[in-house]
Design a protein around this ligand. Structure first.
Ligand code: ADP
Ligand code: MG
Length: 217
């Protein structure tokens, strides 16, 4: 099963809906260990993304994802915007010129997104950031594909790993970003960025599962 650019666009619209629906939740997580803006940032960023999509809807997946990245970098302040912006720009470079994405392309895009976040933010695993949700997701997706899973199955594994990675941030001490200013007081709270990353990966898994179900009918 390959993903067409039309389906990439569906995914992006769905991400915008989910981030809007989780705006208060993400902001409340950020209120505990940051400055209470993560949900606002993500919602604003993806609204800007939606405004840009019509101009690239006939383009390849790489151009679409790069456009998403640029929209996020230019509309979202703080750490989240540049980090997610870099993630989407790098994902776009990984699939430059492609109109159909095979499972390996989706993995390459997710892996490039992670590498972009790490390149820009320099966070290590265990620093209580989005890296703690995305890293296990990439690893789980890679091994699922190696073991013969299809895209929908591999993304199910990715989302389960991202969810676990998100929950695993709760006992961590923050070492990057605003939460790190709190030191020990950051312990006991779930990281907002790890949570938005889980939500974004969950949209990918949901869309892949729906496409698989449709293709069977
Ligand atoms: P800000 O912290 O500037 O207010 P946001 O609230 O939008 O930005 O985003 C906060 C999230 O960004 C954190 O929960 C964390 O997951 C992520 N983050 C912060 N710094 C880094 C970093 N250096 N590397 C990776 N992720 C980071
Ligand atoms: Mg914040």
């Amino acid at each position: 099963m390959a993903i067409t650019t039309k389906e990439v666009l569906i995914c992006l619209h769905r991400m915008a809906e989910v981030l809007e629906a989780n705006r208060e939740y993400l902001t409340s997580l950020d209120a505990a260990i940051g400055d209470a803006d993560h949900g606002i940032n993500m919602d604003r960023g993806f609204k800007a993304v939606l405004a840009k999509l019509p101009s690239v809807e006939d383009k390849d997946a790489g151009t679409i994802l790069k456009t998403v990245g640029v929209a996020l970098v230019s509309t979202v302040g703080g750490a989240g915007g540049p980090l997610y912006g870099t993630a989407f720009m790098q994902a776009g470079m990984a699939v430059a010129g492609k109109y159909e994405l095979e499972p390996q392309d989706v993995l390459a895009a997710l892996d490039a997104a992670l590498k972009g976040v790490v390149m820009r933010g320099k966070a290590n695993l265990g620093d209580k950031t989005m890296v703690d949700a995305i890293t296990p997701a990439v690893n789980a997706m890679r091994s699922a594909l190696e073991n013969g899973a299809d895209l929908a199955e591999a993304l199910e594994h990715a989302v389960a790993a991202a969810e676990q990675g998100m929950k695993d941030t709760i006992p961590m001490l923050a070492r990057k970003g605003r939460a790190s200013y709190l030191g020990e007081r950051s312990i006991g709270h779930q990281d907002p960025g790890a949570t938005s990353s889980y939500l974004i990966i969950k949209v990918m898994a949901d869309v892949a599962r729906e496409l698989k179900a449709e293709s069977k009918n």
